[in-house]
Design a protein around this ligand. Sequence first.
Ligand code: BGC
Length: 463
Amino acid sequence: MFNEVKSAMQKPTRKYTYREVDESEVISALEDLFVIRPQTLRNICKHFVDELTLGLKEDGHTLKMIPSYVANRPTGKETGSYLALDLGGTNFRVCEVYLEGDSKVRLTQKKFSIPDYAKCGQSDVLFDFLAESVLAFITENNIPTESDIPLGFTFSFPVKQTAIDKGYLINWTKGFDCKDTINKDVVELLNEALARKNVKVHVSALVNDTVGTLMSHAYNDPGTMVGVILGTGTNAAYVEKVSAIPKWEGGPVESGEMIINCEWGAFDNERVVLPFNKYDQMMDEGSNNKGEQTFEKMISGLYLGEIVRQVIVELIQRRVLFGGISSPEIETPYKFETAYMSRIERDHTSDLIDTKMVLQELLNIPYPAPRDRRIVRRICELVGTRAARLAAVGVAAVVTKMNRVDSGCTVAIDGSVYEHYPHFANRMKDALHELLGMFEENVSLQLGKDGSSVGAGVIAALA
Ligand code: BGC
């Protein structure tokens, strides 16, 4: 494949190598693959609701529907100072969360980027890195450790939770792959690493970022019933009645409620309802968890840029884009970041000047003609819009499962895609309208910033 691709530095000297396919023809072929019509949205939603119900019945279904052992929602009156450690996206954060007791929170935090060797090596390397970061944070902020501080551990991967402070990793997602962590209790791994580094902190709660987002938002908005992450990965958690969870074996629950971590990223791994097309397939082939996280791969930040890159590379190979001229950068997996899509979708200049800059300066494409820039922009729009519409299907399905379409609820959403991708929230709202009609107004989508870290503090307070 690479031999056929011309080098970036080579000029398109002979015009006839460039098949100037009509722009609208190219775009309409792509629209056929990426546009999801309202009826399809409704079919996906129906199947989603069935899958949510099935996952609550027993283990082993596509949606894991994991009871979080968080059975009480906050009142907003909880107080105290807690440590939170948040692992799950591109960055890793250590925070001190101060709950002030009147629905107010203060946060001191430090971000660390996780080196690739820690993401995919031995477990101990990763957990030692986490413990060292906690130590660095405590030292820098002069946090006294005599009292063995409680720590909420936000660990945003599928774990089989057996207590509020115990959970066994089922599988990694989002590019992580430390093989020897599978089936181990991640709280024990962290406690051991903290002990190795002599850090006097103990893990009092294990939290998924979606559960954290729900709880942190509920600290000042009691109507919050759903927490969603739309970032590097995607997932949702919601408040379920214990009586509707046949597989629950944890004994009576006073509140009668349990927050369920859906692990919706795995929705339709069987690939029966989602319009997973040839470009998604190519992206999936190159991922380190092929066949898994189908829904996540069509929605979340780790993958959107890569889908766009797959489309562009194919159009270059067919000599439909850039006169057939490629570059080593565009040929490199994951080099086209989702952040570039945001930039391109934000480019409203008539000549698409910023799109040209992204293509030339970041991707080393020498001659992105105006027609090519328009096609690239449309590809971004199609992939970004499809993601938002699918995210909306997930929200509609969860709200339908909760019987909250009539009575309404707040959905707290955190994550870089929701926060920074242009038009994402509005596109979700449009799709929710197609799915729920006028009831869409009952579903209030709210940005829940820093929810995964603050939520860990709130849950540590309740634990
Ligand atoms: C993980 C979830 C997490 C989500 C968002 C997914 O890949 O499996 O546990 O909530 O990403 O971070």
